[in-house]
Write a protein that binds this ligand. Structure first.
Ligand code: GAR
Length: 209
């Protein structure tokens, strides 16, 4: 992706979007700070006050907060979010627990360059309550999916998946924590592969982009 023909590969610029406790962001930062990682984090953008901000602050990563409450309507917020992320000049945008749906205009600004980590084996259990929904359904195995973001909610091309068994005594919290353990490894690994070209999106017969 970043490796371009005869030119020497350069370190990809990675912007991260987050909303939550930031444990996935922290793991990503750690992985991306390794000397041989093919990219580096150039900025964090959040949509609310959250722990991810203090993790970024401690690591010296510039943070921008684009809170929907500060904008009069959804379209202005979408524009502000796009501007904030674009200002970091990213090669790749990584959603590490970002709990909002990205607008078409945002997806168009960073085509095939937005990676999301979802806590279920898509296409099962898309949406904001994937862990709860998997438990409620009674499946025996769930997991994590790393995928590109397209116009739909958790519908983009799958880059990597890994299963996590559901145990009889699992609560939403215990299961989510075991899934996150996988995400913290699989997300940086997959983004690295996307940058170097070792991971490519699968061909899809019916793609909407
Ligand atoms: C992760 O499990 C991530 O997959 C999920 O939020 C969690 C963030 O964990 N994202 C979504 O559900 C997006 N739809 P963290 O706050 O501990 O980093």
């Amino acid at each position: 992706m970043i490796h371009n023909g005869s030119e020497p590969p350069r370190s990809a610029r990675i912007a991260v979007l987050a909303s939550g406790t930031g444990s996935l962001f922290k793991a990503f930062l750690h992985a991306a700070s390794a000397e041989n990682y093919p990219g580096h984090v150039v900025g964090l953008v959040v949509d609310r006050e959250c722990l991810a901000e203090s993790i970024a602050h401690d690591a010296g990563v510039a943070t921008q907060r684009v809170d929907p409450g500060a904008w009069s309507d959804r379209a202005s917020w979408d524009e502000a979010l796009t501007r904030a992320v674009a200002s970091t000049e990213p090669d790749v945008v990584v959603c590490a627990g970002f709990m909002r749906v990205l607008a078409r205009s945002f997806v168009d600004r960073f085509p095939n360059r937005i990676v999301n980590s979802h806590p279920a084996l898509l296409p099962s259990f898309p949406g904001a309550h994937a862990v709860r929904d998997a438990l409620a359904y009674g499946v025996r195995v769930t997991g994590t999916t790393i995928h590109l973001i397209d116009y739909g909610v958790d519908t983009g091309p799958v880059l990597a998946q890994e299963p996590v068994p559901i145990l009889a005594q699992d609560t939403e919290e215990t299961l989510h924590e075991r899934i996150k353990e996988v995400e913290r490894r699989l997300l940086p690994q997959t983004v690295a592969g996307l940058i170097t070209g070792a991971v490519a999106p699968p061909y899809r017969k019916e793609q909407d982009r």
